[in-house]
Design a protein around this ligand. Structure first.
Ligand code: ADP
Ligand code: MG
Length: 651
């Protein structure tokens, strides 16, 4: 390919020289290409790999954001083995990741070692000796040394070996893989990563290269601060100081995103997942992410049973022994297991290209997490599905897990907004979320860069393949739900006065008139919970002139909508075993709840509330009633009977 090789140098000496690492030619360029072909056996670079390699060889501090499977490893492995001298340290969070990479490097004939908890004393001493002296018994210098972050934070010996190598001028570069683990604001924080602060202090002249697939507006400045890196300059117009920043299109055009509404009973939800797999990916590899270890086990077992063993499932979570984890990895690679029901412990470092689908049985705690987890599908570039089975009431369970984290609740809200959104292209939604950062421009989501278009428009093109892009226009309907929202708030006034406690699901039932208007209240002291008189009652007709005329799913959607828009909030009640999350009216809802019913119904108020729901199913397709175990799964299907008020044309 013809390189532009433009040198953006300025004739005036007042401005610093700008370097375009991605397109310029450098003295090492031909050596780089020959190593790419001979050692790595790859025909060409991908995405921003070449720019990162050039910046690395120019001894720059680097932050590089590239999608999962994009090929981040090459950006530090290649510079590590080019030239004659020097050691590159790679800090990586997981043993499995390290093993895979070290094995791959050794296969390519690279002098590569690892130091982990399972490295024997003798082996470790030999490695230290070679690092200090620059060679070993075979006279070959170590090029790459992989370590876990604990080595940096806990081993004085290791640090002193690094200091010796550095004094001898042989410490070439320090790489921080999965660098988002540094930031507490991210979704995958690891305390030992925070201690990597010491690196720049100990080795101010040694360049740092931080690579990751996810970095948001909040985590980027935090990352720079923790690693003590200088301010960012862009890798396509880098001046001679500062951290060089690279990002590749984060959007992966082979991933088809969709959100599917999840039945409320666990049995029915497993059936929905199983049917979906059968219909779309029989016999193919996939991952089902579950919220907890127990969920992963339960879902795997239920799926096995439901499919009469035809869907071969395995389980992976942090509670397994190492040998069990290895076993499941092996079975999955060999096809003995099709689908792994896993917690997010399964992920970092999965090197399986043909994962045809990633299902979320429960949504992630943040959109970053969701992006990262779904990114494990389709690494071979072939079409793959990312399906979120979503139900509003899942929000409560997640809330109880994240409510104490600094950004936990707000990140969960963004995830919820994504799940509830039936209109915005999923790619556009991701782009909006990630490009809140000044450094991750919205264009990171378009392939204009790789397609060579010079479009500078900030508008992001839609993907055309997600559920929201491919939806029939009349399959969703936007309704004025102001009166329903008002009823919810009126009911909550009574509930709060009686010290009632309602989850999203129980509030949805209550406002729909199920359960005879009764709701649970805080038990009096000394009384067992669940005693008959731990209940109060609300008379919907007198309190708010009737019930909410939406079906169960839509009512839960309405509640989530009210939560996301500040009408409702959550209140957290830690017990000995769990944290219960109850729904309360927020103080800003007062402007709506103080109105009378006729004021609301007159439609003259300033703030109308609108929600988009799936359109009513046609009569002919009315599904057969399933026996579900839910307490209040009413037999009324409001969708088939309701006449929507003020139906607005859908897009
Ligand atoms: P990441 O760390 O960004 O998730 P990896 O570095 O593990 O991704 O690379 C993912 C896969 O892509 C590997 O199998 C690797 O061999 C392959 N790969 C990397 N660079 C290239 C390239 N330029 N061309 C083709 N394949 C590549
Ligand atoms: Mg990687």
């Amino acid at each position: 390919s013809s390189k532009r090789a433009v040198r953006l140098s300025n004739s005036g000496s007042s401005k610093p020289r700008l370097i375009d690492y991605q397109t310029e030619s450098f003295e090492w360029s031909s050596a780089v290409l020959s190593i790419l072909k001979s050692t790595f056996k790859l025909p060409s670079f991908r995405l921003c790999q070449e720019g990162v390699v050039n910046a690395a060889l120019d001894d720059r501090d680097i932050v590089c954001v590239m999608p999962t499977g994009g090929g981040k490893s090459l950006t530090y492995q290649l510079p590590a083995i080019l030239g004659n001298r020097g050691l590159t340290i790679v800090i990586s969070p997981l043993l499995a990741l390290i093993w895979d990479q070290v094995r791959a490097m050794k296969d390519l004939g690279v002098e590569c070692v690892m130091l982990t908890g399972s490295t024997s004393k003798e082996e470790q001493n030999e490695i230290y000796r070679r690092m200090e002296s620059g060679s070993g018994h075979n006279g070959r210098e170590i090029r790459l040394c992989y370590v876990t972050p604990e080595k940096i934070s806990k081993s004085k010996r290791f640090i002193s070996v690094l200091e010796k190598a550095n004094t001898a001028g042989r410490l070439k570069r320090i790489v921080i893989d999965e660098a988002h683990c540094c930031s507490q604001l991210g979704h995958d924080f690891r305390p030992d990563y925070k201690k990597l602060s010491m690196l720049k202090t100990l080795f101010p002249r040694v360049p740092i290269q931080a690579v990751t697939a996810t970095l948001s507006s909040k985590t980027m400045p935090d990352l720079l601060k923790i690693l003590r890196l200088p301010p960012i300059c862009d890798g396509r117009a880098a001046n001679t100081s500062g951290t060089v920043f690279f990002s590749s299109p984060l959007y992966r055009p082979n991933l088809h995103y969709s959100v599917i509404s999840k039945p409320s009973s666990s049995k029915a939800s497993v059936e929905a997942v199983g049917s979906w797999i059968r219909e779309h990916h029989t016999g193919e590899s996939g991952i089902i992410y579950c919220l907890s270890k127990k969920d992963a086990e339960v879902v795997a077992e239920a799926l096995r049973e439901w499919s009469k063993q035809s869907i071969k499932t395995g389980v992976y979570h942090a509670g397994l022994e190492d040998w069990q984890k290895e076993g499941i990895h092996k079975d999955w690679r060999s096809g003995k297991v099709n689908v792994i029901c896993a917690t997010i412990a399964f992920g970092l470092g999965i090197d399986k290209g043909d994962v045809r689908y990633v299902i979320h049985h429960s949504m992630s705690k943040s959109l970053e997490g969701y992006y990262q987890e779904t990114g494990r599908a389709g690494r071979d570039g072939k079409d793959s599905d990312c399906v979120l089975f979503y139900r509003g009431q899942d929000a409560s369970r997640l809330s109880s897990l994240v409510y104490q984290d600094a950004d936990g609740p707000s990140k969960l809200q963004e995830m919820l907004r994504f799940a509830e959104d039936l209109r915005t292209c999923r790619k556009v939604a991701f782009a909006k979320y990630f490009s809140h950062s000044a450094h991750l421009s919205a264009s990171a989501w378009d392939h204009s860069e790789t397609l060579g278009s010079s479009s500078t428009s900030s508008a992001i093109s839609v993907c055309g393949i997600c559920d929201n892009c491919t939806r029939e226009p009349d399959s969703i309907v936007t309704m004025d739900v102001t009166l329903d929202a008002w009823r919810v708030l009126k009911v909550l006034q009574v509930v709060q006065r009686e010290q009632g406690r309602l989850t999203i699901a129980s509030l949805a039932d209550l406002v729909r008139g199920l359960g005879g208007g009764t709701f649970a209240v805080i038990a009096e002291k000394g009384k067992k919970r669940g005693a008959a008189d731990d209940k109060a009652r609300v008379d919907l007709d007198s309190v708010c002139g009737g019930k909410v005329e939406l079906n169960k799913e839509d009512t839960e959607s309405l509640l989530i909508h009210m939560l996301l828009n500040g009408y409702l909030s959550e209140s957290y009640h830690p017990t000995a075993y769990a944290v219960n999350v109850y729904i309360v009216a927020s103080s800003s809802a007062f402007r709506l709840s103080r109105l009378t019913q006729s004021e609301v119904e007159s439609g003259s108020i300033a703030t109308k509330i609108e929600c988009t729901f799936p359109a009513p199913k046609t009569k002919a397709k009315k599904p057969k009633k399933q026996k579900v175990s839910d307490e209040f799964d009413g037999s009324d299907d409001a969708r088939t009977t309701k006449k929507p008020r003020a139906v607005k044309g859908s897009k």
